[in-house]
Write a new protein. Structure first.
Length: 186
């Protein structure tokens, strides 16, 4: 067994990232206070080749030293947009045909592994503040909620960790059902 080189892994350049079809998944980060967490989400968004990241409210935006430290250049390859209000971002995404779901524990949340998605379905996931979660008025605009099943004492994950788990599950679903070639498949 040996580690693969960057060339063997088929890493894309920033320019190549801009020309390949991406998974129809958008992340909406609502009032994330840590720029390090924002950067980590950019890195996961790049790894899973998702369509874009919406930064809402007081989230830090690129260029930013702390985002760059954890994103490691991913903030240059992943399209992003900033809006002041999550409800604006959600309305825009819904008008574009996205099913918008909040990653939040509610009385009506669907466990992530039971989320029924159609092949090539466009999905946006809203992740909330590290302490208070997704805002109540934001939840009311969403098409539903998902939650990551958790079995320990805390029942919470760091925003960057939660985003990585959710994005992988959504991409895994797309890989099994999609007819659109993505990144390495192109």
């Amino acid at each position: 067994m040996r580690k693969l080189s960057g060339e063997e892994m088929g890493r894309l350049s920033v320019a190549e990232c801009k020309t390949r079809p991406r998974f129809p998944i958008v992340v909406v980060l609502e009032n994330i206070r840590s720029a390090y967490n924002v950067g980590s989400v950019f890195r996961s968004a790049d790894a899973f080749f998702i369509e874009s990241v919406y930064l809402v409210g007081y989230c830090a935006t690129p260029p930013h030293k702390e985002i760059a430290k954890t994103a490691l250049g991913a903030e240059l390859a992943v399209p992003w947009k900033h809006t002041q209000r999550a409800t604006t971002a959600i309305g825009e995404l819904q008008a574009l045909g996205y099913k918008v779901l909040a990653a939040e524990q509610t009385d009506a949340s669907t466990p992530l592994h039971r989320l029924p998605l159609l092949p090539d379905q466009k999905v946006a996931i809203v992740f909330g503040n590290e302490v208070s979660g997704v805002e109540s008025d934001t939840l009311q605009c969403c098409d539903g909620c998902i939650e990551i099943p958790q079995f320990g004492m805390k029942h919470s994950l760091n925003i960057a960790t939660a985003a990585g788990v959710v994005l992988w599950e959504l991409v895994r679903n797309q890989l099994q059902t999609s007819s659109v070639p993505h990144a390495k498949e192109a």
